[in-house]
Design a protein around this ligand. Structure first.
Ligand code: RM4
Ligand code: MN
Ligand code: MN
Length: 419
């Protein structure tokens, strides 16, 4: 991959854009370093084409195993220098030889982010079915199987150097009357306590919530209130994970984020975007202003607590769909996240606070929207350039015919494990 000749060809145009941005806004000291430090984990299940329940249209050259998934994330990271971690879903991606997998990832400059358990599907040879739930199940044996699976996932994570377990439960009910809500909640908390007890002391447990799907009447961890109350019962290492697609329509996600962060219970993120539900579309593709407002709260809340932006929360993408090249899509998501983060760093917080104290609603909006309407792409590109990445990762991906090369190497009909 010839990054430097690609960058040389674009340098004059890039410099012009960056100079213009610098002439328009005051860049706060350290902003480039913050952008350079900010890494976003890529989910191992997003490297193949995502299907829907109606079909799946493979794009060809999909990774056939964990090694090839790591190579794909390595490719992304080489292009953008901002995708320095991979988040694994077990059992879709079991590391059979952890030492070899670890060293392969290290060769690509990648770390292992949170590991994800899966008790929303039955696996071959599984003794008990999750049809009626896992951690909430009325059967103690089924609950134990699900608990043991989560503990197994922690062990895989430990072998790779991960530091967090993400638990997303599809548990709930499809019809009124099917479930005793209190019993389901209590059983879930009791099961989570057993998983929590198996966490290494430097690990976190992220409990993700989701309003609906695959259950359509109730979800046991259905909103941030349910997750928050549960993680509070578990202990300090348990936190809530916010997946942007998991809310009911029009939910004020930035306010949820702000409160969880203030309470010290925000663990991390699954970035994606949506028009209707858990659509898992490219981050920033539908509601970029919302993404900016979320980052605005994140930066404000993290600074209020003196937190390290890059390290103190888990930043992950959780997107997967069926019409784009997954690698190009992930490059777009990472860039959208960085743009929102960069813009949030540009907000004049003192002026915003003063306007709030003066009840100057108009000025508040002006301050935020002035930043949102500033084109910071050159700044994000500069961070990439300084790290040795490509000025225009998608253009380079296409110029070098990377997908075509993957198809030659892996075949046109490969199907990655995942959704
Ligand atoms: C769920 C949730 C989880 C993800 C699965 C594949 O909707 O977002 O985080 O692991 O999908
Ligand atoms: Mn998710
Ligand atoms: Mn989801």
């Amino acid at each position: 991959m010839n990054i430097s000749s690609h960058n040389d060809a674009l340098l004059a145009q890039h410099t012009r854009r960056l100079d213009f941005l610098k002439s328009e806004v005051n860049l706060p000291a350290g902003i480039l370093q913050k952008l350079k430090d900010f890494q976003i984990a890529i989910p191992s299940w997003a490297l193949g084409t995502g299907g829907t329940r109606f079909g799946r249209f493979s794009g060809g050259g999909e990774p056939r195993n964990l090694e090839e998934k790591i190579a794909d994330v390595g490719l992304l990271h080489a292009l953008n220098q901002s995708s320095g971690a991979i988040s694994l879903h077990i059992p879709w991606d079991i590391p059979t030889d952890p030492a070899a997998i670890r060293s392969l990832a290290a060769q690509h400059g990648l770390a292992f982010d949170a590991v994800n358990s899966n008790t929303f599907q039955d696996q071959a040879n599984q003794a008990h079915s999750y049809k009626f739930g896992s951690l909430q199940n009325v059967s103690a044996a089924t609950r134990k199987q699900a608990i043991d699976h989560n503990i197994e996932v922690i062990k895989h994570g430990v072998s790779l150097g991960s530091k967090a377990l993400t638990v997303w439960l599809s548990d709930g009910s499809c019809f009124p009357g099917q479930l005793n809500f209190r019993h389901a909640y209590e059983r879930t908390v009791d099961s989570l306590r057993e998983i929590y007890a198996a966490l290494p002391s430097d690990w976190a447990l992220y409990l993700e919530y989701k309003a609906y799907e695959p259950n359509f009447y109730s979800t046991t961890v259905g909103d941030w209130g349910a997750s928050y109350s549960m993680v509070n019962k578990l202990g300090p290492q348990a936190k809530t994970l916010v997946d942007l697609g998991h809310h009911l329509p029009n939910a004020n996600i930035e306010q949820i984020v702000s409160i969880l962060l203030m309470e010290g219970k925000l663990g991390g993120f699954h970035f994606n975007d949506s028009k209707y539900g858990d659509d898992d579309l490219t981050a920033g593709s539908i509601k970029p202003y919302q993404l900016f407002l979320i980052f605005n709260e994140l930066v404000d809340g993290m600074d209020a607590k003196g937190m390290n932006h890059a390290k103190d929360l888990g930043w992950m993408i959780d997107a997967s769909h069926n019409v784009k090249d997954p690698l190009e899509d992930l490059l777009q998501s990472v860039e959208a996240i960085q743009i929102a983060y960069a813009q949030a760093l540009l907000v004049d917080r003192a002026a915003l606070e003063a306007a709030r104290e003066a009840n100057d609603v108009v000025r508040c909006q002006e301050l935020l929207q002035a930043v949102f309407r500033t084109d910071v792409r050159a700044l994000v590109a500069q961070a990439r350039l300084e790290l040795g990445g490509a000025l225009d990762p998608i253009a380079l991906f296409r110029q070098e015919k990377m997908r075509e090369q993957l198809i030659v190497a892996r075949g046109a009909k490969t199907v990655a494990t995942g959704l």
